[in-house]
Design a protein around this ligand. Structure first.
Ligand code: ATP
Length: 744
């Protein structure tokens, strides 16, 4: 026995606190009409969470509160407390007793309590579901409602039976899961849109970071390559300078020596000059030739310089042309860009549908500049080359003239020399020496010219090296200044390397330098930080999405499980109810049979909505929905009656009692309240009713509100309710003999 007691205070006609104890499997409540018996049944509905005041015979909450009668003034609140035994933990909480209390105040506010603690209605409903006490009150049959189950629609009947079968808990769980699933889908959509929102920025940052990484790679490559190049170049310049010095020193020494010898020879000749004027001639010639040679040397140096400048200009042209092979480095004159912008402005001013035209203009502009190899630098350099070539031609011409002059002098000198050969005077040896010295000097000076030009070249190389180092340092920092520590292996092998390889290195350095300058790698740290943050956020969202998808998946599985369980339990429940129903029916009618039949009705969603049914709002109103219901099919013995409509009042009562009892047999609720369900029964059927009541009482506690003597006789405890003239219900525990009396 679960139900222990119910306590009413201020509820309807029960002005004073009144308590009913249910110590017997069957309790009966008797009393005259209007004394307040049904109020007790309603008190049960009320405390179990009934939300329809109408079904409690009121319009608003206030109607449930004792409104004053006789000398008794009205109450401020109505409260009902029901107490259950929980020693076998049927409520799933750890208390020996569970009491549920509901209070309604005059302002219509309701309070709920479980074991004295304030709770929400939801908590009460959940607690009751666990003990198989549904809120629909299928186990509380109010007065005149015995055949409610016959009168209701197939759909409502199905719902009542589902409730009685204890499927509400699953349905409740399924609705909860559906709600959670919907919420999960909403969250998924939200997270997805968040990810979509940040995706372009993330892509942009990623590209930036990749660009930077590439630039850093280029920078490292440039540092490594430049260090190698500079180290090799430095070595080459140093080695070449030493070699040139080694080559030049003996020549300089020899020339100094020869110059001294020549002085001596000249002195001898000068002394002899008084007697031999011809000696002067040779000296004059010698002086003239030295002058011519010096002039020619000067010209040769000038020529060397011009060639150097030509080289430099040609290098500029080469570099520009290299740059122009890639579109990336195409140079466009500011003048052209300004002109282009002006054209676009004009177009925009005169035309509103401009986009196409502007795009075409831009394409033309780019194409025009793509195809042109024109560059102001190249033009300038070409001009300079033309000028230098002209200068060079002039100098070459001068040199030719100087050479011719030198040659003429030499011929004259040689002739003079031959003439002197024949003479045998005192100065002959000196003259010979002069000739020999001059010849040697000539050879040496010719060599010196070559060496000097090579020295000039190496000086240029050296200066260029310094300049190049500065330039690279400006791009990648001072680290490159430490090129001297770069390991290139054997120095002699390095010096012997083909110069073309160094030139290739230099070209590669130029290329890297330009690309690096263009990449512009400032602000690296901030971009990397921003990228890392954005990426972490995206990864977090991705994980969250995965979690959400997982929980959506498990919710779907849960819903599927619940669905299957509901179907299986419903089907087996109906089967068992039908067995009981058939038996009870034929017992009551002395034959015949009855059963519940599952029906499926197709309707348009809008019709279902018009009928005020609870349907999913998503989708089209014209959609068809299938509505399941339960029909009752009866087959009376000896009568050809099949429809419920054709049953007499008593027959209806018997049929519904049989069904209610069948349902209660299959899934016995903890208690059943029957308010004058037996009103329409004759004596014979009252007896059968009494028998069935006793059978039901084996599994459920019964509270029977009745005027029926037979029914009263089955009760272990009888409560009498009286009202008298006070208008306040009074409660008393009585014996069976008194009960018959009180009931009247
Ligand atoms: P019957 O045997 O005819 O079915 P009953 O014993 O079931 O009668 P109820 O219907 O339970 O009687 O009681 C109705 C009584 O309760 C009426 O007298 C009614 O005036 C009284 N009543 C209902 N609401 C209130 C209220 N808010 N305050 C006071 N009395 C109330």
């Amino acid at each position: 026995m679960y139900l222990k007691s119910i306590e009413l205070s201020g509820f309807k006609s029960f002005a004073k606190k009144s308590e009913l104890l249910f110590t017997s499997p069957i309790s009966s409540i008797v009393g005259p009409n209007g004394s307040g018996k049904s109020n007790v049944a309603e008190a049960f509905r009320f405390v179990l969470g009934e939300q329809s005041i109408k079904s409690l015979r009121g319009k608003k909450g206030e109607d449930l509160i004792f409104n004053g009668a006789g000398g008794e003034s009205r109450s401020n609140r109505a409260s009902v407390k029901v107490t259950f035994d929980n020693s076998n933990k049927v409520f799933g909480i750890d208390y020996p007793e569970v009491s549920i209390e509901r209070v309604v105040h005059r302002d219509g506010i309701n309070d709920y309590f479980i074991n004295g603690s304030a709770v929400r209605l939801k908590d009460v409903i959940e607690l009751l579901l666990k003990a198989h006490i549904g809120a629909s009150g299928h186990h509380i049959i109010s007065q005149g409602e015995a055949d409610k189950i016959l009168n209701s629609s197939g759909k409502d009947r199905k719902s009542m039976i589902e409730d009685a079968l204890g499927l509400r808990l699953y349905q409740y769980k399924r609705i909860e899961s559906d709600r959670k699933l919907k919420k999960t889908f909403e969250n998924i959509a939200q997270v997805e849109s968040l990810r979509k929102e940040i995706a372009p920025h993330l892509r942009f940052l990623k590209k930036q970071v990749e660009k930077m990484e590439k630039a850093l790679g280029m920078r490292e490559e440039l540092a490594r390559l430049s260090k190698e190049y500079f180290r090799r170049e430095d070595l080459y310049v140093g080695f070449t300078k030493t070699a040139q010095r080694d080559e030049r020193t003996p020549i300089d020494e020899k020339l100094a020596l020869l110059s001294k010898e020549l002085e001596t020879a000249k002195a001898v000749l000068a002394r002899a000059g008084e007697e031999n004027k011809k000696g002067y001639l040779i000296l004059d010639l010698e002086a003239e030739m030295a002058g011519a040679r010096a002039h020619k040397d000067g010209l040769a140096r000038e020529l060397g310089k011009l060639e150097g400048s030509l080289d430099a200009e040609e290098r500029i042209i080469r570099k520009q042309k290299e740059l122009q092979t890639s579109d990336e480095h195409k140079m466009i004159r500011l003048k052209d860009v300004e002109e282009f912008a002006r054209t676009l402005e004009q177009e925009i001013e005169k035309d509103h549908h401009i986009l196409g035209t502007v795009i075409a203009r831009i394409r033309d502009f780019i194409k025009g500049h793509k195809d042109s190899a024109d560059s102001s630098l190249i033009v300038d350099a070409e001009k300079a080359i033309e000028h230098l070539k002209h200068e060079k031609e002039k100098v070459e011409h001068e040199i030719e003239k100087a050479s011719a002059k030198e040659l003429a002098l030499r011929e004259k000198y040689d002739a003079e020399k031959a003439r002197i050969e024949k003479e045998k005077d005192s100065s002959r040896d000196a003259e010979k020496a002069v000739f020999r010295i001059m010849s040697e000097e000539n050879d040496l000076l010719a060599k010196l010219v070559l060496i000097r030009s090579r020295e000039e070249n190496i000086k240029k190389d050296e200066a260029e090296l310094v300049r190049d180092v500065e330039e690279v340092a400006a791009v990648i920092g001072h680290e490159v200044l430490q090129f001297k520590t770069f390991d290139i292996g054997s120095e002699s092998e390095a010096v012997a390397e083909d110069r073309a390889i160094q030139e290739n290195r230099k070209r590669e350095i130029e290329r890297l330098k330009i690309r690096l300058e263009e990449a512009g790698i400032s602000g690296t740290d901030e971009v990397v930080k921003e990228f890392t943050e954005a990426n972490e956020r995206d990864e977090f969202l991705a994980r969250e999405l995965l979690d959400l998808e997982k929980s959506a998946e498990s919710l779907k599985v849960l819903i599927q499980d619940l669905e299957e369980r509901l179907q299986v339990e419903f089907a087996t429940g109906i089967k068992r109810i039908n067995t009981e129903f058939g038996e009870l029916f034929s017992t009551m009618f002395g034959g015949g049979d009855a059963e519940l039949v599952l029906t499926k009705e197709k309707k348009k969603k809008k019709d279902a909505l018009l009928e005020g049914e609870d349907v999913e709002l998503e989708g089209d109103d014209e959609d068809e929905i299938v509505e399941e219901g339960l029909d009752i099919s009866v087959n009376l013995p000896r009568k050809k009656i099949r429809g419920l409509m054709m049953l007499s009042g008593g027959e209806r009562a018997l049929t519904s009692i049989a069904l209610l009892f069948a349902i209660s047999q299959v899934n016995p609720p903890p208690f059943i309240i029957l308010d004058e369900t037996d009103a329409a029964l004759d004596e014979a059927n009252s007896k059968r009713y009494g028998d069935m009541v006793e059978k039901l009482a084996e599994h459920s506690q019964l509270i029977l509100i009745t005027h029926n003597r037979e029914t009263m006789s089955r009760a272990g405890v009888i409560y009498g309710v009286t009202m008298g003239s006070t208008g306040v219900s009074k409660l008393l525990s009585i014996e069976f003999d008194q009960a018959v009396q009180v009931a009247k």
